[in-house]
Each structure stands twice: as structure tokens, then as C-alpha cells.
Ligand binder design. Structure first.
Ligand SMILES: Cc1ncc(COP(=O)(O)O)c(C=O)c1O
Length: 378
């Protein structure tokens, strides 16, 4: 099946009981057992629920993995994945990782004894230099948030294999429609499904998909033991959202390209970060490992006053946290996604106070440009 067909039919077979095209929603926390000796497939919904299973199977298929796991948020998926490690283990993590991931690593997990080195993951040499005898994994986001840096996934996975490490990739910005890290040799893919996968700004959810069944079992153990599972009603909404992933991504990406070209010509815009630009340092690497640049871009304005005016003035793009919805979202990393990062740390990573991030939705791009223009150049 081609990807668009899988989005419609993967993990979502027509209900054999009644023929319903939409997957049945099983709002049950527990399941009656019909035999004293043989329990059925489901007993308690933290361990498994048919609606969640359908979504987990769909995600495993789309990411070309063996096991898909749905969590109560992207952070729940990420933190649950860190729980497969042990105190004293060490991780090599890309330095402009999502602020919440930085926070959980630098507070909760460092207190628990997990060691972390943050590196410029655009350089395989820097990643290699950070590997220690107790290293267990390389953790990447590409494109990264919010500076849209590109890491070489197959290069990092090969390096990880040489050292017996896992490669873990947060694939939130791309989705499996545009990039499939497991096909490039990585071991675990993570998502904030809150973003493009669900796509309608109405669910908080997360996913982990593993390349091997053995890793899948380790993570399923954590999912059940730690218990940060996604509820069936939210699973049902994400199953619905997934069906339109391809058309949403294509449309938003086409609009993003148009907006990027317009931004580049604006005197108040100092720099545009988008992996579809040939002048982007990661352009070639991204082109090799992903089938499109996606719908998220960042840009730097010429002054703090322009930044404030734009963020206060825009009407169509919501001034909000998050990305990947049908509505465009303009966000301010310094006060939003990276507020959890100390200002000095943020500055040292190049996340300036004049940087804004735009997630392009499904509005007409001409209307979005007119809205930006009114508030940039007035
Ligand atoms: C790249 C990335 N990873 C993970 C997360 C965390 O996901 P959630 O907010 O669903 O917990 C986010 C949220 O913004 C994100 O942008």
C-alpha cells in the first residue's frame, strides 16, 4: 500500500462485527473474562484497549516499526523512553532539543542519576567526541526546535551501532509522512502526537515506535508500569486526524514555502530558518533523509520592538504554544517552548529574543502573508 492508503486503512480495518468504517470507541477501563482458565486479550485498559491498539498498530505501520505505543503526551512518551535506561547511564542529546525534554533531563532524570551531554548534533564528530564508556543512546531532533538544525540520521545511527548505542529520534516536526528514521537505521521514534499527527489542536498525546520487538517489549513494560497511557477517546480522535495527514502536510508545506519566499524579501526579517532553503546548511542532508521540508519555520526580526508588534498584532496565526494544527500558530520560543531553559543557556544555543516560529496551517497563504505584512511593515 502507498502511504496515503495506509493512512486511511492501516490499523483501521472495517469493523468485522457491524461494518462501521470508523474504528469503534471502547470506553471501558476493564474487560470481563469469560473463562476462569483463559483470559481474553484485554483485561485492564492501562495494559491495553482495542481503540488504543488500533492507533498503536497504525503508528507502528506508518513509522515502519514493530511496536507502537500511545502515551498521554509527547513528554510522557519521551520520559517513559528514558525509563528504559538505568541510573549511571549516559545519553548524548542534541543541544537545541525541545525545552520540555531539556527540562526533564536536566532536573528529574539528572536527579535520578542519568547523565547527559548536550552536543551540536549537526556534527557527527561532536556526537562521536561526546560518547563515553557508559553511553547508551544518541537522542536527536531533526529538524530541531526552534532553530531548524539538521542532523544526519543514518550517519548518527551508524556511529551509534559502532558503539553499541541506541539512536532515538523525536520526529514530531516531520511525521512519518515526510521522514522515517527507523528506515535510516534508528531504533526508537518519538512524537508529540499533539502536533501534526492529530493535527486539530484538540488532543495532547505522544507516541513511541520501536524498530525491534525486543525494544518494544521493554517500552511496553514501562508504558504499563508507569501508566502514562492515552485514553481511548483521544485515541479515536487521533485515528481520525491521521487519515488526513498527507493532505494536511502537503497543503501546509506548500504554503510554508510561499511564506518563506515572502519573508526572505522583508527588510525587517534578518534571517529565515527553513530546511527547504538551498542556503540552509543542512539542506542536502535533509533532502537525502526526508521527502519535504515540512510546515514549520523560524525567523529572526531586526529588533525587540518589531518582534513584540508582530506577536501582538497578528490575527490569523494564533499567538500560541504548539504547532502542527490546521490553524497557523506563531510562537515565541524565548517565552514558550524554551522558557524552561535558563536565558544564558538559550542565548548560547542561538535562540535569540527576536526569534519567532511559525507553524503553517491550512489557511490561504495569501491571507497569512497579508496578516504578517500588516504587522511587520506598518
Ligand atoms: C519537538 C517536540 N517534542 C516533544 C514535545 C512535547 O510534546 P507534548 O506537548 O505533547 O507533551 C513538543 C511539544 O511542543 C515538541 O515540539
Amino acid at each position: 500500500m502507498k502511504f496515503a492508503t495506509e493512512l486511511i486503512h492501516g490499523g483501521n480495518p472495517i469493523d468485522p462485527e457491524h461494518g462501521s468504517l470508523s474504528h469503534p470507541l471502547y470506553l471501558s477501563s476493564t474487560f470481563a473474562q469469560h473463562s476462569f482458565d483463559h483470559f481474553g486479550r484485554y483485561d485492564y485498559a492501562r495494559s491495553g484497549n482495542p481503540t488504543r491498539d488500533a492507533l498503536e498498530e497504525a503508528m507502528a505501520g506508518l513509522e515502519r516499526g514493530t511496536t507502537g505505543l500511545a502515551f498521554a503526551s509527547g513528554m510522557a512518551a519521551i520520559a517513559s523512553t528514558f525509563l528504559i535506561f538505568r541510573p549511571g547511564d549516559h545519553l548524548v542529546v542534541c543541544e537545541d532539543v525541545y525545552g520540555g525534554t531539556f527540562r526533564v533531563l536536566s532536573t528529574l532524570f539528572s536527579g535520578w542519576g542519568l547523565e547527559v551531554s548536550f552536543v551540536d548534533a549537526t556534527s557527527l564528530d561532536d556526537i562521536a567526541a561526546a560518547i563515553r564508556p557508559n553511553s547508551k543512546a544518541i537522542y536527536l531532533e531533526t529538524p530541531s526546535n526552534p532553530l531548524i538544525k539538521i542532523s544526519n540520521l543514518s550517519g548518527a545511527a551508524a556511529l551509534a551501532k559502532q558503539h553499541g548505542l541506541l539512536t532515538i529520534v523525536d520526529n514530531t516536526f516531520m511525521t512519518p509522512y515526510l521522514q522515517r528514521p527507523l528506515e535510516l537505521g534508528c531504533d526508537i521514534v518519538l512524537h508529540s502526537g499533539t502536533k501534526f499527527l492529530n493535527g486539530h489542536s484538540d488532543v495532547i498525546c505522544g507516541f513511541a515506535v520501536t524498530a525491534t520487538a525486543e525494544l518494544g517489549q521493554r517500552l511496553r513494560f514501562v508504558q504499563n508500569a508507569f501508566g502514562a497511557v492515552l485514553g481511548p477517546q483521544d485515541c479515536w480522535l487521533v485515528l481520525r486526524g491521521l487519515k488526513t495527514l498527507k493532505v494536511r502536510m502537503e497543503e501546509s508545506q506548500a504554503s510554508a514555502r510561499k511564506i518563506v519566499e515572502w519573508l526572505k524579501a522583508q527588510p525587517e526579517v534578518e534571517k529565515v530558518y527553513y530546511p527547504g532553503l538551498p542556503e540552509h546548511p543542512g539542506y542536502e542532508t535533509h533532502r537525502r533523509q526526508a521527502s519535504g521540508p515540512g510546515a514549520v519555520l523560524s525567523f529572526e526580526l531586526s529588533s525587540a520592538a518589531h518582534t513584540r508588534r508582530l506577536l501582538e498584532g497578528v490575527k490569523l496565526a494564533a499567538f500560541a504554544v504548539s504547532l502542527g494544527g490546521v490553524e497557523s500558530i506563531l510562537s515565541y520560543p524565548a517565552k514558550m517552548s524554551h522558557a524552561a531553559m535558563p536565558p544564558a543557556e538559550r542565548e548560547s544555543r542561538g535562540i535569540k529574543d527576536t526569534l519567532v516560529r511559525l507553524s503553517v496551517g491550512l489557511e490561504d497563504p495569501d491571507d497569512l502573508i497579508a496578516d504578517l505584512e500588516r504587522n511587520l511593515n506598518s
